[in-house]
Write a protein that binds this ligand. Structure first.
Ligand SMILES: Cc1ncc(C[n+]2csc(CCOP(=O)(O)OP(=O)(O)O)c2C)c(N)n1
Ligand SMILES: [Mg+2]
Length: 337
């Protein structure tokens, strides 16, 4: 099994760095806006923000190619933006409007895009793990070289269905990358309180699955690990586990005041490990961008996010007749419903 590797920052081009910066900042600003709209009562139901974890999905999407699939949990807004879904459609789904990806009927946790090969958005902890293996099975069956990124949390990693899936995925050499987003907490339970071994990825060894741990606050390290995982899976060698060590800055969901950890713990992570600040520093010290360039990027992103919020407020509520659509895979005519 591979050991943890650090990123070689010198190999990364200015263009690549700027791309990571923009993609991570879009997620951060989008999530901040979603938090505001939630506070204003415009978003109902659950809303789990991805702030702090941006480098995970941005690094891994940089390792993906057209045709690859992704599936994740309820903490899904970042994944959707990173794979190129439209911020308008995501934000309007959060506000439960017709212009949302699930026509306003799914909300934060249940969005999909066939076009971008994004298979949800799942509210049941770890439910997406066997589904991810199923997606990978379909690609193997069809004989193409696509891979499926199957994301789940440190809490989900203690679920039995993860290990049933590991066994079958390795048995059938499925091209699935199991991405454990270890953000140190499962609701109010820290990893230390729930898990004896600090290396969750090493459990794959019991099933013969290769893997590694990676610093999830370093987008370049994530991209490099993603490249290794993708190369392994595309070569038909079977599944691969990436345990990405990250941190969520906000509570579990918008309704969590996060009293189980200190403010100092969160502040220290923000000050010392923030994924966006790390890339910002590299851009500035490498003279790839000036403070003014970065301000202009932030301004453009805020404009884009504000547009999505306006769209999400103005898009109409779904029509009542929508209650009878999208229930079964094959549409049932309304008169018989
Ligand atoms: C089967 C199931 N059990 C319990 C819950 C309640 N629940 C929702 S999120 C969560 C914690 C999951 O934590 P983790 O997998 O670390 O993901 P994170 O929220 O940190 O991204 C729990 C227990 C659920 N949704 N589904
Ligand atoms: Mg977690």
């Amino acid at each position: 099994m591979a050991a943890k590797k650090s990123s070689k920052k010198s190999n990364v081009s200015a263009e690549e760095l700027l791309g990571y910066y923009k993609d991570m900042l879009l997620i951060r600003r989008f999530e901040e806006k979603a938090g505001q709209l939630y506070g204003m009562g415009l978003i109902g139901g659950f809303c789990h923000l991805y702030i702090g974890q941006e480098a995970v999905v941005v690094g891994l999407e940089a390792a993906a190619k057209e045709g690859d699939k992704r599936i994740t949990s309820y903490r899904d807004h970042g994944h959707m933006l990173a794979c190129g879904m439209d911020p308008n459609g995501v934000m309007a789904e959060l506000t439960g409007r017709e212009g949302g990806y699930s026509k306003g009927k799914g909300g934060s946790m249940h969005m999909f895009s066939k076009e971008k090969h994004f298979y949800g958005g799942h509210g049941i902890v770890a439910a997406q793990v066997p589904l991810g293996a199923g997606l990978a099975f379909s690609d193997k069956y069809k004989g193409n070289d696509n891979v499926t990124f199957t994301y789940f949390g440190d809490g989900a990693a203690n679920q039995g269905q993860v290990y049933e899936t590991y066994n079958m995925a390795e048995l059938w050499d499925l091209p699935v990358i199991f991405v454990i987003e270890n953000n140190q907490y499962a609701m109010g339970t820290s990893v230390q309180r729930s898990t004896k071994s600090p290396s969750v990825w090493e459990r794959g060894a019991a099933y013969g699955i290769e893997g590694e741990a990676v610093d999830g606050m370093d987008v370049m390290a994530v991209k490099e690990a993603g490249d290794r995982a993708v190369a392994y899976c595309r070569a038909g060698k079977g599944p691969y586990i990436l345990e990405v060590k990250t941190y969520r800055y906000r509570g579990h969901s918008m309704s969590d005041p996060a009293k189980y950890r200190t403010r100092e713990e969160v502040q220290k992570m923000r000050d010392e490990r923030d994924p966006i600040e790390q890339v910002r520093d590299l851009l500035l010290t490498g003279k790839h961008a000036t403070e003014d360039d970065l301000k202009a990027i932030d301004k453009d992103i805020k404009v884009r996010v504000n547009e999505s919020a306006e769209f999400a407020k103005e898009s109409p509520e779904p029509d009542l007749s929508e209650l009878w659509t999208d229930i079964y895979a094959t549409e049932i005519p309304q008169e018989t419903a």
